[in-house]
Design a protein around this ligand. Sequence first.
Ligand code: PLP
Length: 358
Amino acid sequence: MTRPIRATIDLSALRGNFAVARQRAEGAALWAVIKANAYGHGLMRAAGALDDLADGFALLDLEDAVALREAGFRQPILLLEGFFEADELPLLAEHRLTPVVHSLEQADMLTSAALPARLPVYLKLNTGMNRLGLFAEEFHAALTALDTSPSVSGITLMTHFADADNARGIDWQMARFEEAVQGCDHPVSLANSAALLRFAEARRGWVRPGIMLYGSSPFPQDGSAEALGLRPVMTLASQLVAVQELAAGERVGYGGLFTAERPMRIGIVACGYADGYPRHAPTGTPVLVEGRRTRTVGRVSMDMIMVDLEGIPDAGIGSPVVLWGEGLPVDDVAAAAGTVSYELLCALTPRVPVVEKE
Ligand SMILES: *Cc1c(COP(=O)(O)O)cnc(C)c1O
């Protein structure tokens, strides 16, 4: 017997969610965003499942892009932070990778390189996220330099939205984008998952869905994943490995953060922060035991969490537990823990065995 924790990755759900993105994109081409080990789901696994569906793959690390090429993936591959040193450029050209160019330094490295093949590039405009990208004036200088550079085969103009999932929306950034690109007839790339789902004007050129592919809502406060037609891809499941009968007044776990107000049964689950479960998830975070929704009690420890078994009298050692996924949206767990699904999914640790489901 091994420790009972497992992450099951449902590949048909991943493909189904991609189909939702395809349908909602209204003819725009789709990058499948598989950065951060495909949001914790496994880079090669996700790319394999989406191979015949995605128009391209978007990620961060050059090593990952090269690994995809070596595994035989032929689609365009977008490097979302571009390159970091000029000496990476020959490798980008050799593997037909598409870098984002978000700074004048990168534009200079590219225009002064002598490459074996021309590179397609994404030129990034900063429209208010104020993280990566060029302001309008620099953007035009870089565009002119890249347009005439023998290192460059084609240019797509991109930006990234800061508040596509919130009330502030994208109008203010769209206005800055439209103003800056006026008169340019290059293709564009604008939308993340939230913008793709919420804003028709962002469904142009190439869209860049990430989180929705993994079955989580990009705006859980306004609409559940299920209501969007998305299915969970990762199910993190384990079992009860012990049961305790507590007298009133007994406290639970490190720091004794939870006190039983009356006699109660609690279950001990083989899952802790060393598996990627958030340590800051407070008492009351939802969890499924025997398919019934209950709550965590006390502090999450490295290898275990404790759960309330009230109303689940048949629960005992070996009872199945779902931490998130099928039957318990990761968005609900993230909301209770004060974070977002992205962080929970990405944080799954290598010690958790992964099982694929077709
Ligand atoms: C991560 C990322 C995306 C995908 O965002 P989601 O919210 O996961 O859909 C799109 N574009 C860029 C530039 C990103 O970094």
